[in-house]
Design a binder for this molecule. Structure first.
Ligand SMILES: NC(=O)c1ccc[n+]([C@@H]2O[C@H](COP(=O)([O-])OP(=O)(O)OC[C@H]3O[C@@H](n4cnc5c(N)ncnc54)[C@H](OP(=O)(O)O)[C@@H]3O)[C@@H](O)[C@H]2O)c1
Length: 238
């Protein structure tokens, strides 16, 4: 049988497709691209002939339909990168990294782990040429895994957006003042996650907690504060 050297097809033109193409460029890995915006679907079979591994970087709810409509006949390794989707049609490889509009340097992509939803194949089978670490989790654990990513990565972003905006709008406290606070909290968490929490919750200072909640009257984040207190107390009582 003809041994074809690995070559990637990146499908999609969104944020993650842009980052993955950039990472492949930095690593010098060969790839082709396909996106419905810029390519005719008639071109897809030719691109499949030239490639061995397909990265399906489409909106989560479009992935299975796209495979069923366009990729069922091929014998390629099919991968998607959704943190929550599980499907028998493609292997899930969530890249534990955050993609903003700015591309990362090689070292950042290089350090990031892939969280695979199969133990049947290694990262070297699935993404040959990528030097990253990886680990497999059970398919049925993916929803929980992804909810933890959203809680920690996305919901804290909402908290910090509120912090920056409120300090600036209410009292003209400059961004740099808030930056140092964020940096120190992040540094403390990374140094020792279990010991990093400070403030009225760890001190059990009920008077301050009550005053904080009162101060947030009429603010949608009052409920968020209360929910955090309840979750913390429930966790501590275990
Ligand atoms: N850390 C990670 O591993 C990570 C991070 C972010 C995202 N992801 C995953 O990567 C995938 C892409 O996310 P993204 O952030 O890049 O999304 P995005 O920026 O919103 O891009 C979505 C892409 O999907 C295409 N698309 C949407 N509906 C389609 C359809 N019905 N048929 C064909 N193409 C369709 C869009 O094409 P048009 O522009 O033509 O609409 C666009 O190219 C998702 O599965 C997401 O969960 C993983």
């Amino acid at each position: 049988m003809r041994q074809v050297p690995p070559c990637y097809l990146i499908i999609g033109s969104g944020r993650m497709a842009r980052h993955m193409a950039h990472y492949f460029d930095l690593l010098g890995l060969p790839y082709h691209r396909f996106a419905r915006k810029t390519h005719d679907f008639a071109l897809l079979p030719q691109l499949l002939q030239k490639t061995t591994h397909v990265l399906i970087l489409l909106r989560d709810d479009a992935i299975e339909d796209f495979i069923t409509e366009h990729l069922t006949a091929c014998t390629h390794t099919l991968l998607h990168f959704s943190g929550s989707l599980t499907t028998p049609l493609a292997v899930g490889a969530h890249f534990l990294v955050s993609f903003s509009t700015t591309l990362h340097p090689l070292a950042t992509y290089r350090q990031a782990w892939f969280i695979l939803d199969t133990e049947d194949k290694t990262l070297a089978d699935l993404l040959p040429g990528l030097p990253n670490d990886s680990i497999a989790i059970p398919k049925q654990a993916k929803a929980l895994y992804h909810s933890l990513c959203v809680l920690s990565g996305n919901f804290t972003c909402l908290l910090w957006q509120k912090f920056y905006t409120s300090l600036q709008q209410n009292w003209h406290i400059p961004k740099e003042a808030a930056d140092l606070y964020l940096k120190l909290i992040m540094t403390n968490i990374m140094a020792d996650p279990q010991q990093a929490l400070t403030g009225p919750l760890v001190r059990g200072d009920q008077k301050t907690i009550a005053a904080n909640i009162q101060a947030l009257n009429g603010d949608p984040f009052q409920q968020v504060y209360q929910a955090f207190v309840a979750a913390y107390q429930q966790q501590e009582s275990k």
